[in-house]
Design a protein around this ligand. Structure first.
Ligand SMILES: [Zn+2]
Length: 194
């Protein structure tokens, strides 16, 4: 198995980024007084708190790079991406296992993942995609307590550090740029009928 070389993840992987007082809550939403327990639960709670306290919903959601909200799950950019366009599909339910989700919630996750696959293909024209779940720390889950599905656009040669650093295949872009690009592709995508 090959791994992407991503120097910008180093700080996160080494743990120095995990001591932030309100895990997953960005500066713009830092008024949120909630408990620190889970990056995904905190993100949603902080958005709702900000909206209740007068922030425009679109602004609050954009500040955490939320891409889309469904009934039981949402799509959000990974703040520590392996590649441009790296996003996650996450149930609202704080649940570590796919089998532990109610079936209809797992189905909505899969439906949203299918949409994400189409959207990433249009937005980035990658050579391939990784769509997957890591269950448990031993399997590589960064947040093992709360299920999340990774969607990562892949390009031939993107495991090569020189390629990444030289920027010849992957053009690193800011999270803002990724968010705008994916949102545009989402707006142009037709969701599957229920
Ligand atoms: Zn959670």
């Amino acid at each position: 198995m090959e791994y992407l070389y991503t120097p910008w993840r180093y700080q996160y992987v080494t743990g120095s980024d995990r001591t932030r007082p309100k895990l997953g809550v960005p500066e713009a939403l830092s008024a949120w007084p909630g408990e620190t327990h889970c990056v995904f639960c905190n993100m949603i709670a902080a958005v709702e708190y900000a909206v209740e306290n007068g922030m425009a919903r679109t602004e609050a959601e954009a500040s955490v790079y939320l891409l889309e909200r469904g009934k039981s799950c949402f799509a959000v950019l990974n703040a520590f991406p392996y590649n441009s366009g790296h996003l996650m599909v996450v149930p609202y339910r704080h649940e570590p296992s796919l089998a532990g989700l109610p079936l209809e919630e797992a189905e909505e996750m899969l439906r949203m993942t299918r949409r994400v696959e189409r959207v990433l293909q249009v937005a980035y024209q990658p050579h391939g995609q990784n769509l997957g779940l890591n269950l448990g720390k031993a399997a590589g889950a960064g947040v093992a307590e709360h299920l999340h599905l990774h969607a990562v656009p892949r390009w031939l040669g993107d495991t090569n550090s020189m390629t990444v650093l030289a920027g010849t295949r992957i053009l690193p872009e800011s999270l803002e740029q990724s968010w705008r690009r994916i949102r545009e592709a989402m707006a142009a995508d037709t969701p599957e009928p229920r």
